[in-house]
Structures are given as C-alpha cells and as structure tokens.
Write a protein of this length. Structure first.
Length: 448
C-alpha cells in the first residue's frame, strides 16, 4: 500500500484472535498528539509510573510564539487531565523559552517570491554557524519579540567576537610559553601583576553572571556577555600585556592568559559550540572535546570588585586623555612630561594602576588632584629636547616594525636597518625592540 490517507485507511479491516480491527473514524487535532509526548513516550499512566515521577515535569520547553494556541495549550490541558488530584499535579513544564518571528530587514514577512532574505546556507558559509547562532541567541527573538534579520549585524558580530577571539588565540600560540600550562585556580592564590588579577576577576564575574542568566533561562542576557568580555580581553588586557607575554620570564602571565582563553571557551560552549571546540583543539588536543569538559566552577575568591571598578575608572581616564591628544594633534607615541587628573573618585590599587596609566598614555608623571567632581584630564604639552628625541625613537621603532611586517621577516631574525639619522641615546632601545642593527645611509630601508 502506498496511499495512507484517511479515506483509504478507513476501509482496511483485519481479524486477529477473533477480534476485528479497523481504523477509528474520529480525527483529533494534531496538537493533541504533540501535547501527549510527556505521557505517550512512557505509556503513562498505564506503566512506568516511577520513572515518570522522576522525569515530569520538563525543566523547560522552547517553541515559537505561535505555539501558544497549539502545543503549549494542549500540554496544559493534558497535564490538568492526567495529573490533577495526584501527587504529580503540575504543569507539564517548569519554564518556557518562547521565540518570536524573524522578519526580513525591512520588517516584511520573509518570502521566497520576494526573495527578501539572504540564503541561510550562504550566511553559514560566509560568517560561520556560531556567528549566526550568537546573533540570534543575543537578539530579542529569544524573548518572543520580532527580529528584523540584518546580514550586516551578523558580519559585525563575527568581527567583534570571533575574529578578535581568534587573533587573541593566535597571539597566545605565537608568543606565550606553551609549556607553562594553566594557572592553578584551585590554589586560592592570586597572580602578582595587577592586570592578571583583574582579568581573572573579570572572568569569574562573567562566569557568575553567565551561570545566573542561564539558570534563569535568560538566553539573550547570557549571550550578550561574550562580546564585551572579548573586547576587554583584547583591547585592554592583551594590548597592555604584550611585552610581558613576549618576555623571556613569562610563565605566570602565560598561565593566566591560557586559563582565561580556555575557561572562556568552556563557559560559552553552550552558546558558541563550534568556536569553543576550535579553541579546545588548538590548546588541548585534536581528539577530545570542550563539550566533554565540566562547566567552569565559580572561584569567588578571585573576584575583586574594587579592582574591577578602579580599572573601569582608569579606562575612562585613558579615553579622555587620548581624546585630548587627538584634539591637540599630539601623537600618542610622543612622550609628555605629565598628566593631571581630577574627578577620578575612589581608586583602589592606585600605585599599581598609575604605572599602567603612565605606560598607556606615554607620560612620565601622574598628578592626582581632587578626587570629587567631574572627570578632567590635562597634559603638560611642553616638549623638552629629551622628550622630542624619545618621540622620534618611538616613530622609528614603529616604522621599522611596519617594514619588517611588509617584508614578512621572521620575528627572531636580526637584520641591518639603514637610516639617515636617529637619536643616539635611544639606539640600543631601537635595536632591541626591532631586532635590527642600525646603519647610517641616505635611504630608509631594510638591508636584507
């Protein structure tokens, strides 16, 4: 038989053990069948009652908003009918994650006829499954709201998260001590450097918030924690720790760096499973899986909220100071004598943070004025011959590094560099930081 439609099946009869069997003529709403799933799969209440008690009700269900009149409703009706008055009296689920509708970018319904949406396969091929997944999971669509799908937002999320995360991983693989292993989170000890203590604190704070939101089935809030942390890890921690990671004595910073990258992958594996697996394969092994690792356990002893708040204040000072340099058209590589700061509020770990501030802003001295009021910064823009010479040396270092990059030179290869002139007081620093030997000549060029 090839035609199983009702008008054919209704005519079928067969006899077994003296009993005639035929198809019943009544037709139930198909949603009744779906709503019967928690009971039908276990043949409850006719058997498996003990197992049913362990498994019912479901922790959560997830479906589209349009299922409120179909599946959700039938689940409630059957739960009331089958469990009312029993020791299992309950709804058939504890939590529901309800998704909204995904529309075209212009707000219209997606239509094959109008071709007003990008092909899903092309999106996956171009941006990767995790970029699309993170875009949807961090959108209002998981909160039963309508989403106007925009390909440019998927592209932007890929750049902000996965490209940067990959670059961070590549920097670790290139420069960090691969033999150092991970930082011992169980020891209760904290790293010596303030940036290492800060990034571990931020990591634990993110894990704490991520766990809280996932436990509450707040997928959108949980997913939105990833991009800001990736930005902190790359544009602040890594950028300020580059020289420490490249140094010979880099065991502890390498351990912290590795721990943050891998713990982050474990924490967000439910949200971005493919990239998290890529991190595992690059840092642990090719055979295993991040999805077989335990979800990170919170280490509250590593959380330092005072430090996190102070570092946030420090970054605001830096942002204001960079804006002032731009306004005055003074390059960031030009060292300045001092910076005055007022309105910075309460600042824990001030001495350690001051060292970071000097390095980031390229100043010799920080003058802390009154702590209250609005945040204000002001440089001493007076340039002495010594400061001008140092600024020239910084520009030469940048220029040589750019030339090495264009020439695709190995990082460790020492080559001769021809320059018309350079500040002699900084020759050793220039040669050390660029892996070159300076030679005098008319043109600026690498002698390779």
């Amino acid at each position: 038989m090839t035609d199983l439609h009702k008008h054919i099946v209704d005519k079928i009869e067969f006899v077994k053990d003296g009993q005639t069997y035929r198809h019943i003529p009544e037709v139930l709403d198909c949603w009744f069948e779906s709503g019967s799933m928690p009971y039908g799969e276990l043949h409850y209440p006719f058997e498996n009652q003990d197992f049913f008690k362990q498994a019912f009700p479901a922790d959560f269900i997830s479906e589209g908003q349009d299922q409120t009149r179909g599946w959700f409703y039938t689940l409630h009706v059957l739960a009331t009918a089958l469990t009312l008055g029993t020791d299992r009296e309950s709804s058939s689920f504890k939590n529901v994650m309800c998704t909204g509708l995904i529309m075209a970018e212009d707000g219209k319904k997606m239509s094959k006829r109008l071709k007003n949406y990008p092909e899903p396969g092309a999106i996956l091929e171009k941006y990767g499954a995790d970029a699309l997944r993170l875009y949807l999971m961090s959108s209002p669509a998981v909160k039963a709201e309508t989403l106007n799908f925009a390909e440019k937002d998927v592209a932007n999320l890929r750049r902000r998260v996965f490209v940067i995360w990959w670059n961070v991983l590549a920097f670790y693989k290139t420069f960090a001590n691969q033999q150092a292993g991970f930082f011992d989170l169980e020891s209760g000890q904290k790293p010596q450097h303030i940036l290492d203590r800060w990034i571990l604190s931020r990591l634990q704070s993110v894990i704490q918030e991520l766990t809280l939101q996932l436990d509450a089935y707040e997928v959108m809030k949980a997913s939105r924690l990833l991009a800001p942390f990736i930005d902190e890890l790359s544009t602040w921690y890594l950028r300020s720790s580059r020289e420490r990671i490249k140094a010979t004595d880099n065991k502890e910073v390498s351990q912290v760096f590795a721990t943050v990258i891998y713990e982050l992958a474990k924490a967000f594996a439910p949200v971005v499973p493919f990239f998290a697996e890529l991190v595992h394969h690059n840092m642990i092994d090719e055979q295993g899986s991040v999805h077989l690792a335990k979800f990170p356990e919170l280490k509250k002893e590593l959380i330092d909220k005072e430090l996190e708040t102070s570092m946030l204040t420090l970054r605001k000072i830096i942002e204001a100071a960079h804006a002032l340099r731009k306004l005055k058209q003074v390059k960031a590589r030009q060292p300045l004598a001092s910076l005055q700061v007022s309105g910075f509020g309460s600042l824990a770990h001030q001495k350690e943070l001051e060292a970071l501030l000097k390095a980031e802003l390229n100043v010799k001295e920080i003058n802390w004025l009154k702590a209250d009021g609005d945040l204000l910064v002001d440089y001493d823009f007076t340039l002495t011959p010594e400061l001008e010479a140092e600024g020239e040396a910084r520009e030469i270092i940048r220029q040589i590094q750019d030339l090495r990059k264009v020439a695709q030179l190995d990082l460790e290869k020492v080559v001769d560099m021809q320059l018309p002139a350079w500040p002699s007081a900084f020759q050793a620093e220039i040669e050390t930081k660029t892996n070159t030997k300076l030679k005098e000549g008319e043109e600026v060029k690498l002698l390779i």
